[in-house]
Design a protein around this ligand. Sequence first.
Ligand code: SAM
Length: 288
Amino acid sequence: MNKNNFGILYVVATPIGNMQDMSLRAIEVLKTVDCIVAEDTRHSQPLLRHFLITTPIIALHEHNEREKTKTLLERLEKGESIALISDAGTPLISDPGYYLVREARVAGIKTVPVPGACAAIAALSVAGLPTDRFVFEGFLPAKSGPRMQRLQALNNETRTMIFYESPHRILDLLEAMRTAWAPTRSAVIAREVTKLFETITSGTLEELINWVKSDTNQERGEMVVVVEGMKEDLLDTQETYHDMLVILLDALPLKQAVELVTKITGQKKNTVYNLALKISNNKPIIPD
Ligand code: SAM
């Protein structure tokens, strides 16, 4: 419960490219709070100047969040109001602020959202992929091994998946998805959303890889990748032949196991073969 004499912590979304996406309420809150806490004060200056906001601003980034939270909570407990913003979009969504908000709530300080742009939701809203159930995965690990593990863990995910990625890793990400899942899986790249060079491109993973390779401009700017989840009916089949493969691979060489499962299930040999490789590679090596 909020204690009356405490200030309020506002969590304020700012535009992800187009200044006109700033809400009237966001401007008002940022003008009237005692202080704005921003991820990068220099980065936020143009936005604040644009809307004639002169409120004092202090930095809160990944590396100083814990130490800064203490002083911010003291100010809130004294009755000051604070607005948290990030470089772009909604704070806490792949951005700093989680620790501050959590501690504020633990201390009984009221937290108020001022909603607005979020790249993940903007991309999902135009992707044309199912929106009834979706999962936000944010940035995957940059290193290929941990990234592949994460993708394999999402193998049976039936909800639409949303990923953030930096432009220089987009091809690696799409190629890893093609290996982990299927080249035919539908996906959408939402690039430079709300900005001059906004492009929303749909295709299979294979098509998107070819498209990015054929136009290096597609490796520039900011992007969200939205991927269709595994189809529910495929899930049952895949689980059945996955289990079959696990059993057969224990008793037979890979080639034979693949041939048998292909015959029994009618699945494509290539698909079964790729899964068999994955299962074999993930098996713990037991010394003789
Ligand atoms: N908090 C932000 C939000 O609400 O979307 C996300 C911050 S995260 C550090 C930055 C990532 O968000 C980028 O690498 C990109 O994946 C995505 N992003 C941000 N702005 C974008 C835009 N205008 N178009 C496409 N993706 C964007």
